[in-house]
Design a binder for this molecule. Structure first.
Ligand SMILES: *[C@@H]1O[C@H](CO)[C@@H](O)[C@H](O)[C@H]1NC(C)=O
Length: 391
């Protein structure tokens, strides 16, 4: 009886013992395409103990990650850059679980990418920036060269992108070179500078303008270049408006109309080439309203339909009212597109109706006279007359 007690306690301790795991090696570095193996060893713990390998973030193993039959050896075959990271061996039994992690590093040669990819066009006097970004492990060193030269160019590096600034007379092929212990990668980009030294560069005072109908518009164009470029103005897909003058690079349009809206092109030309600059002009006009019909004669009980029409810059809003009265007759309906309707007109609805069309430039009025045939007057004069002239 006395002897039984300690062994009974011992059995309970055995049963309650959680596993203890260790991994070997704790880290491995391989080249892309090589393999790596890690062993997970369970040194104690009450059986049965389950052993499992997972990625550190608790994700599934990659498809090239295989675990041996007893679950203890993890092999990553033909390692890829994406296999880099932590892996965990988790051992568990009824008493608990324990885990240990390993790190796999996968080295690979650089791959380079340019943004924009090119070829690049630079206008005289402007500059362009090309960014070179490389993947690879260890992190590659980046540098820029001009083809046919060994000189390393000055660049700026931000957020792992190495940017080259190309200016004016620097036409040529540029090479971004990326290098690490695993290899070298290069990408080329061609830069074409449009117009050589002395070629014109045109610019306009405004690239966009909105003007009001009837106003006078002045567009200025300036051009650098040597010899001094000649400046001409034209309009895209249309002749210049009839009322225009050009003098010293300045285009003047008097009393512009809506049809003068469009793109105007300044062209500066000299012996080295030409350069174009554009101004987009929109002409806004106040509304011009009319009523259809503008006079109508009806009999009591007839339906009244008036349509207010307007041209001018959109959007246009319409408001109907009755001249000399505070409001429209009861039962009248108006719509957003300018209609006024009275289903059954009465003698008392005769009068003058007014439509006001409004846009952001101005407003315009149109009147419609509505006459109702007066039966009383027909008897008296033998002629139809308008009740609106009666009290
Ligand atoms: C500008 O001038 C050049 C050379 O005279 C010509 O080839 C080009 O078509 C002109 N551009 C326009 C928009 O007129």
């Amino acid at each position: 009886m006395l002897l039984q007690t300690p062994s009974f306690i011992f059995v309970i301790l055995m049963a309650a013992q959680a596993p203890v795991v260790s991994v070997e090696p704790k880290a491995a570095t391989v080249r892309q395409g090589e393999s790596a193996s890690f062993r997970c060893q369970v040194s104690s713990g009450a059986p049965p103990v389950q052993v499992e390998w997972r990625r550190a973030n608790n994700q599934e193993l990659p498809e090239n990650g295989k675990v041996g039959p007893d679950g203890s050896v993890l092999t990553i075959a033909n390692a890829r850059p994406g296999n880099q990271g932590q892996y965990r061996c988790v051992a568990s039994n009824r008493a608990g679980r324990a885990a240990a992690s390993v790190v796999l590093n996968v080295k690979y040669a650089p791959k380079v990418e340019l943004t924009p990819a090119g070829p690049l066009r630079v206008r005289m006097g402007e500059s362009v920036s090309v960014g070179c970004q490389a993947s690879g492990r260890p992190r590659p060193k980046l540098s820029w060269k001009r083809q046919g030269s060994t000189l390393q160019l000055v660049t700026t590096e931000t957020d792992n992108v190495n940017s080259l600034q190309v200016k004016r007379e620097d036409s040529g092929v540029y090479i971004c070179h990326a290098e690490n212990t695993e290899g070298v990668a290069e990408v080329k980009v061609g830069v074409v500078v449009e117009g050589g030294l002395g070629a014109p560069v045109a610019s306009v005072s405004a690239t966009e303008m909105t003007v009001i109908e009837g106003h006078t518009v002045v567009m200025e164009c300036q051009a650098s270049g040597s010899p001094t470029p000649d400046i001409t103005w034209s309009k895209l897909r249309a002749p210049l408006p009839w009322k225009h003058t050009v003098s010293g690079g300045v285009l003047t349009l008097t009393s512009v109309g809506r049809q003068d809206s469009g793109q105007y092109i300044c062209n500066a030309t000299n012996a080295h080439g030409y350069s174009e600059a554009y101004t987009q002009m929109e002409v806004d006009s106040p509304p011009y309203a009319t009523s259809l019909p503008d006079q109508v004669r009806l009999q009591p009980g007839d339906a009244l339909h008036l349509q207010c029409l307007a041209h001018g810059s959109h959007p246009i809003q319409f408001t109907w009212s009755r001249v000399g009265r505070p409001s429209l007759p009861a039962g009248s309906e108006t719509t957003r597109d300018g209609k006024l309707m009275i289903a059954h007109i009465k003698q008392s609805d005769a009068g003058t109706y007014k439509c006001v069309a409004t846009n952001h430039v101005g407003s315009s009025e149109a009147l419609a006279r509505v006459a109702i045939k007066g039966k009383l007057l027909v008897c008296f004069t033998g002629l139809e007359s308008e009740s609106m002239i009666l009290p």
